[in-house]
Design a protein around this ligand. Sequence first.
Ligand code: ADP
Length: 359
Amino acid sequence: MSYLTLKNINKIYPNGYHAVHNFNLEIDKGEFIVFVGPSGCGKSTTLRMIAGLEDISNGDFLINGKRANELGPREREVAMVFQSYALYPQMTVYDNIAFGLTLQGVDEDVIDEKVRNTAKILGLTDYLERMPRALSGGQRQRVAIGRALIRKVGIFLMDEPLSNLDAKQRVTMRSEIAQIHHETGATTIYVTHDQTEAMTLADRIVVMKDGYVQQIGTPHDLYFDPVNVFVAGFIGEPPMNFIRGTVTNGAIQFGDLTLDLSKKLGDRVKEYEGKPIVFGFRPESIALGEQKDAYVVACTVELTEMLGDNTNVYIKEQEERAILKVDPHDTPEVDSRITFSIPYESVYLFDGETEFIIK
Ligand code: ADP
């Protein structure tokens, strides 16, 4: 039996706005689940329904197989870390972490042991007597996590916990969160709009858009087997390139170039004649020059971004634009003509009407 079950969960706000539609998910104990999607897609709403901070309009939320819709936040055994981690400024790190237990009247010795254990996991042992203002953003966020962690609850909920940190701190804190999860094994549900955070942290990712779940899967599933154009474009950085066209004589055009779709679809290409189709390829799945079993494309270099480990090359061909990821040693000149190959096997085709993948 799953630890947590969300069965046809819906949220309709009092103003009538339907923010979450038929959300279904089973979560095992210890899993790290990430809800990802653009701002406003219903991630926080779903998290808040799990936390008990927001009513569930329709559907069932089960903990260990028992309906929990009506349980208050405390009875659900959840701890939540928010985006704004608001520590008590007049209290030391120690007291901030201990606060929840102090309120509950837990024995001081017990509190002391728990605070020190939690601080150890979070690398805060040397900072326990400091005031929050004397900490970096990352350290403050660790204290906020410590406050939640010390309660040893079953479910750990995090809503964009890294959004107040700078880019470097985010990367550090991200790996720390992964490590904390590894050490505590706490079932975690984490909300972010950042696909990199989702990919690096999650056991399984739930991709949402406009209140609907698009796909649930491991990072590997989502990257290699996206179900639709949205997921394909959302997961991966830079995003997948899309060429849209109407199938004519079994092909679509990229500038003057004819992309023969029978290479991918074989005889089935006939089914799509006259229909819109989306041709997708990832920036990193190309090779410069001409290769066998590949679409070979000639184009002009518009811009290059040397990033150290790779270079992003922005190309154009008439009205079409795309981004390629190349080895930095192969960075082409801006305005030069280049040729690149897209192996047939790394091309994704989507139905242009439904936007679903064509397998
Ligand atoms: P996300 O976390 O993905 O950014 P939210 O879950 O916060 O999205 O919001 C989902 C949608 O619900 C948004 O369009 C938002 O404006 C709307 N929404 C959030 N809270 C309320 C509310 N209290 N009343 C009405 N609409 C709301």
